[in-house]
Each structure stands twice: as C-alpha cells, then as structure tokens.
Ligand binder design. Sequence first.
Ligand code: AMP
Length: 571
Amino acid sequence: MIVGIDLGTTNSLVAVWRDGRAQLIPNALGELLTPSCVSLDADGTVLVGRSAVERLQSHPEQSAALFKRHMGSSRLTRMGGREFRPEELSALILKALKADAEAFLGEPVTEAIITVPAYFSDAQRKATRAAGQIAGLKVERLLNEPTAAALAYGLHQREAESRFLVFDLGGGTFDVSVLELFDGVMEVRASAGDNFLGGEDFVNGLIDTCFERLSLPASLRQDETFMARLRAETEAAKRLLSLQASATIAVRHGETVHRLDIDEATLAQTCEPLFKRLRLPVERAMRDAGLRSGDLNAIVLAGGATRMPLVRRLVTTMFGRFPSTELDPDQVVALGAAVQAGLKARDAALNEIVMTDVAPYSLGVAVGIRLGPDAVSQGHFDPIIERNSTVPISRVKQYIPQASGQKQLDLQIYQGESRLVRDNIHIGSLAVPLPPAAVHECAVDVRFTYDVNGLLQIDATVLKTQQTHSLLIEGNPGLLSEAQIAELLQAMAELKIHPRDQLENRTVMARAERLYEQLRGMEREHLGRQILVFEQMLAGQDARVIAPGRRAFADMLDHLERHSALDREPT
Ligand code: AMP
C-alpha cells in the first residue's frame, strides 16, 4: 500500500487514496496532526508526537523538534546520550506515521509519496529520501508542497494551460509559489518566501500589545511560567478571533488577573508590519514569474495561519478575487500527496519539473551588535546570501573590526536561519590580517559566491591594502551514502519504540509531568498525588479501569491548566 505524507516542520500528516478520494489517517490518539517532535523516555524508548511535545518542555535535553530545518546538513542533535542526524529524527516521525497507517488500513505500508518545500535543494531532497528509507519506506516520489496543494484542489484536471499561486503561511514560515500546468506537467515558475514569518509572529505581536496596554513590567518576560501561560492564552484568543468578533486574554500573576479584550482591529493594528511583510514575497514571486493577478486561474491557501480572516482579506484585496478555501489549510498538502498516490496506482501520476537551483540555507557570518559606547552583543548571525536565492549568486557586504588596533578580523562562517549563530551550523572560518590603522580605515569587503554544485567561495578584501584572502567550502557535506543509510536502518531497528496502544496513557502522563514542573504549592502537591494514583492504575493493567481513569485524569489536567492559567474570577 502506498500513502501520501506531509512531513512538516511543526506537524506531519499521513493520508491515503481510498474509495475514490483522499482520506486522512488518524494517529494513535485519534488526531490527524502529529507534531513533528521526538523524545526519549527515561528508559530510552522513543516517543513521537504530542507526548514528545510535552516532554520538549519538561525534558528539553531528551527531546528534539524543528529538525526539518536541518535536513541536508550533517548537524547532530544530542538526545539522551545519543546523537541523531536530521534524517534519523525525520525517520522516527515517518515510522510513527507508517505504523498509524498500517493500524488504520490493516495492511503493510511499504511505499510513500513525501512532500518537500519547492525550494528544497538537491541535498535536502536526498536527505528526505534517506529518511524514508531509514523508516523502512520506499520513497516512490518526492512531491513539491505547493504542487500537492494544487492536486488536493483537483487543479491538475484543468484542460487548458493554467496558472496558480499557492500562499502557504505556517507556524514559522511563509512560502509563496507560482505554478504552471502545461501539457499535464506542473512546474514551479517562481517561489519566494520569508523564513521568519508565520502564525507565531502574530502571537508575539499580541503579547507585546498585552505588555503595553496592561502596563506589565518588562521583568515579567523573564518569568517562564507566566510567559508560557500568556502565550497559550494569546494563541487561543488569536484562534478564537478567526471564528468570532472578539476574545479575551486573561492571565494571572500573583493575586492579580490581567485581562485584555481584543478584536480584529487590535490584531490588524498590532500586526500591521506583519501584514505588510506578507505582501513582499507575493509581489516578488509574481514579478519573477512575469505574471499579473489577472493571469492566475486560482489562488490556493495552505498552512494553519491562513485561517485568519485578516489574511484571507489581504489575499482577496491583493489579487482582486477570492482564494480557494474549501479545504482545511492544514490538510491540503497531505491530501494532495494522497491524490498523487492515487494517480500513481492508476499509472496516471502527474509529472513535475523540479526546481532545485536555489541556495538551500542562508549563508553568513557572526557579528557583534553595538548596544552602546562600551556594550556589544556578540554572536549574531548576519546573512550575506539569503536562503532561497537563485544560484549561482554572488553577494558582498562590508564589515569593520570591533576594536582599533585589532590585528586580524576573524570571520566565522555559518549556515542556517536562526538569529543567533549558536543555533546555526558553523561551516568554516577565515582569518583576515589587518593593517595597523584606525577602525574606520579597516573596512573589509566580504564576498560570498555560491554555485550550483553547492560550493561556497569566500573572498575577504581589506579595502586599505586591497589584499584578498579566500576560502572555499565544499558543498553538501551532509549527504549519506547507501551504506550509511543501511547502517542507520539497522540502528533504527534496535531502538525501542513506545507501544502504539499505550501512547494515550503515556501522552496524558507526559502532560501531567510537564504541568507538575510549571505549578507550585498546593496545586503541585495535589497533582503529584494524582500522578501516583494514575501510575498505580496503569500498574494494575486492567483496561476497563484504565480507560475511564485516564479520561478523569485528563479532565482534571484540563481543569488545572485552565484554572491556574486563567484563574477567572468566580462568578
Ligand atoms: P502549520 O505550521 O501550518 O500547522 O500552522 C500552524 C500555525 O497556524 C500556528 O501559528 C497557529 O497559530 C496557526 N493557526 C492554526 N489555526 C488557526 C486559526 N483558527 N486561526 C488563526 N491561526 C491559526
């Protein structure tokens, strides 16, 4: 059996073509979205999905998330005393989805169509294929995410030549792709995006508004428990605003309940800069494709954040027409992957022209940012070539040393998308000797040239002396050989995976443990006792007792979480 998989940065989904339509497959918890998060339990057992998200908060050093961002690199993530490659972490997600699909379909699942962002480079695509192999899946095909979204809407059935735009606003990234269907072949004509723009930024904007309008002291930002509650409340309010006119953010600190009523106007005003930023990649993709909005046959929405009515209105006004909204934007990519699986089964699969001549990551250097006459904040990442730029590409930026009399400029080169270099991947360093001169006379031009083979050339020229120092960094050091893939497949077989049928119990327990760490005083003590009670229930191994006990325990956690987070005044 062949399934379609949306292997996402935050959530993953699996779907199948059955009875003439694409159907999503629920996981062991009965949910369609499985968080792309992995954690190792105390005994080394692998947990995937919601339970791992809970442990990401309570046991961050044994958990991993957001690893899709590192696919195609050899970055290792330490988890519970063992190091994992991004392919292995992705393989654990794929393995869990495979098990869910097998439980749902009642037959072995051996093949998959996996979706990848249109801008994924050759190395990132190879890494995704390897992840599938390590999970024991034959990757029948990798499908571009925007193409999948178009397939979900049946746009491939259009007779004549047609053009579509896919507007994909997820939790942390924004991708715009212009697609063209011609003679039964789908081509990504242009893609643009913003790697630092997504639903999370709207939450951050609302949090800032809370601090401002409620006059909360800035020091509260250091209070992790308070911030976690405020974030959860704000996220919920933001989602409510997609359904109703107003919502309340209420969060307790000490004896005080801080409360802010928000409506769409608040969101529009607070997040105005974000709405402006949404326009730029759209304009760029349209310009690159040489199209005007009248040339488009459809606009497709993907990613949970496109549920915001304000975003839908922005799209409508930008294009002067309504986008397609019939399908759930969280599900379109997985549904499209299942459509492709169905077409494949009938030997009618849609062909794609894959565009891989883009820089897969941003490339740049470490810099210090001057905060005052004597204060410098170190370790910031300054991109020189931005991710997603068409290659070959050459860009230059000028840097000056931090102190006068400095003998050399130490260029530390990184790839990645994070603000701080410590969260990116170090790929090389270059020492540039400086002449004895004042700071402002020691400017250095740093040129990055990146080619189709993934080779990065760095030329640093000291302007005063016109001397150039160079460094060549080999591209794609992260690719796995077939032999290494076979080895990792073997290693995967040795990992203990948490039994699927006990996942619900483990997820409730992981949530209780996370909550226990966040609470204090009486509430914490009470929860500790309830955890013991539930543990004893589990030890009894009687399913008739465990199922109702788990529901009651989960209800109590709901109450505790809501009560301690909101502490709404008694009515
Ligand atoms: P994705 O990565 O596609 O799952 O997108 C997740 C993002 O969508 C998160 O930032 C969510 O806050 C956002 N999101 C999900 N549902 C809604 C909703 N009903 N209204 C507004 N934003 C939402």
